[in-house]
Write a protein that binds this ligand. Structure first.
Ligand code: GTP
Ligand code: MG
Length: 458
């Protein structure tokens, strides 16, 4: 019913946070609660994502209508779980993210941890608005769970000393920490201006408390502030490659998030790799079979003819094994347009790889997305980069570091994010006393290097 005549698509919502803080449990709970709401057929499973339709969100948020009045005009929410940070960083899109919104999950008892900080850094870099789910409130001493109840109702039923303990943990472990990293934040029911204050929603993914508020706040904010981003055009698809995977019997396939348009079997598509652009045709599109049992771990995929944004889909196409995770993927409507898009993709990927003769560190990362996030983090810290690329640490990277050493020995290091070190590189590094830092948390990798750097210059 928009005046432009265009529909709105589902906002793409990414769930992230530190290991074990409850991302997957939260998503399971949202899906599971929807099932208990007797509308399982309405939840559609995608590749690496699931869609919760507006009708289900409205039903779950029903008890809150008086507190947070809202009417949904978005068709639903597409949730993406991110087991690893590579996946999240790969949701990249020139100058931003494919994710429209994020839920940062923080264990209210354990507070901020390395990957919490890292998540916030990347959300900042990519300018993704977010809310915080302060999870595991059921573990607060004395908390009496009221399963699947809104937070405000369950909270009212707790004794005062328990309410005070919740408040203390919420403040010390979450809100104060958000302030420390530059965000104004408050409990969601005290937020007056959601554009300036990050809303924190106390929840338990285990008992379902607070899930109603989480969904209501999320859906309300997304449709209020993101309408322009969510206008859906029934044109050629645009998306990003999250991950490359082996599809038994079909070779390499790409798991893709489509954020605009329609992708069809047979479409001419353009994506990119380290050796150059890839132009090919979609041989098959695979989607999970409709949900029968909610807890089926390995859901079988089946071929479909087309998918509409927003969607997560597995794309089978000859030559796609030459693409790189984090690369854009576009549908071209002619050979001519394919060439233009290929050039655009090539430039975009080349812009993320750095080759200079100047002093600076050497950076190797596993995907385009993590490379971009790492390079950006280094730039913010004014750490110069001589060379940055995707792939394992090879001999030539050590040679780059040796060349850098001749200019400034403090930058003669290799920062390896989530990649292997090839044996010959290891030997070469030893010979030239080049230090290699390795980690799978960007934040930690930089900390390790900075600590070493401070020790060296003393
Ligand atoms: P990774 O994917 O490994 O990063 O972890 P995750 O963030 O997805 O955490 P996950 O959902 O797997 O939960 C980790 C553990 O915490 C599991 O044992 C969950 O059962 C438990 N857990 C999650 N949410 C809650 C909660 O609200 N309350 C309690 N008591 N336990 C929870
Ligand atoms: Mg998980």
């Amino acid at each position: 019913g928009q005046s432009t005549g265009k529909r709105l698509r589902q906002p793409i919502v990414v769930v992230l946070g530190h290991v074990d803080h409850g991302k997957t449990t939260l998503l399971d709970r949202i899906r599971g609660t929807a099932v208990t709401a007797k509308e399982p057929g309405l939840i559609t499973q995608h590749v690496g994502a699931s869609v919760v339709p507006a009708s289900v969100i409205e039903k779950l948020a029903e008890p809150l209508k008086k507190l947070i009045p809202f009417k949904l005009i978005i068709p639903g929410l597409l949730f993406i779980d991110t087991p690893g940070h590579e996946l999240f960083t790969n949701l990249r899109r020139r100058g931003g993210s494919v994710a429209d919104f994020a839920i940062l999950v923080v264990d209210i008892n354990e507070g901020f941890q390395p990957q919490t900080y890292e998540s916030i850094e990347i959300l900042k870099q990519r300018r993704v608005p977010f809310i915080v789910a302060a999870n595991k409130i059921d573990k607060i001493p004395g908390w009496k769970p009221n399963p699947n109840t809104p937070f405000v109702i369950s909270h009212r039923k707790q004794p005062q000393w328990v309410q005070e303990e919740l408040e203390r943990r919420l403040w010390d472990n979450v809100i104060a920490k958000l302030y420390e990293v530059g965000f104004q934040a408050d409990r969601f029911d005290r937020v007056k201006d959601f554009t300036r204050t990050v809303a924190v929603i106390p929840i338990s993914a285990k008992t379902g408390e607070g899930i109603a508020e989480l969904l209501a706040v999320l859906a309300g904010l997304a449709q209020r502030y993101l309408q322009n981003r969510l206008r859906f055009a029934e044109g050629p698809a645009r998306g990003v490659i999250l991950e490359l995977r082996e599809q038994p019997g079909l070779g390499t396939a790409a798991d893709v998030i489509i954020y605009d348009g329609v992708l069809r079997r047979g479409d001419l598509i353009v994506t990119g790799g380290l050796e150059g652009p890839v132009i090919t045709r979609v041989r098959a599109l695979l989607m999970p079979k409709p949900l029968q049992e909610i807890r089926v771990a390995k859901r079988e995929l089946e071929p479909v003819d087309e998918v509409y944004a927003a969607a997560g889909v597995r794309v089978v196409a000859p030559g796609i094994e030459n693409a790189v995770a984090g690369a854009p993927i576009y549908v071209a409507t002619s050979e001519e347009e394919a060439k233009q898009l290929a050039e655009k993709v090539r430039r975009e990927i080349e812009a993320l790889r750095i080759k200079t003769d100047a002093e600076g560190v050497v950076v190797k990362a596993d995907t385009l997305g993590s490379l971009e996030a790492l390079v950006e983090a280094l730039r913010q810290k004014n750490i110069p980069i001589r060379y940055a690329d995707v792939g394992p640490v090879a001999k030539r990277d050590v040679i780059e570091a040796v060349a850098s050493k001749e200019i400034n020995k403090f930058y003669a290091v290799i920062l390896a994010f989530n990649v292997k070190i090839l044996p010959e590189a290891e030997a070469e590094a030893e010979k030239h006393e080049i230090k290699i830092f390795q980690h799978n948390v960007i934040y930690q990798l930089l900390e390790d290097f900075e600590k070493w750097y401070r020790e060296q210059i003393e």
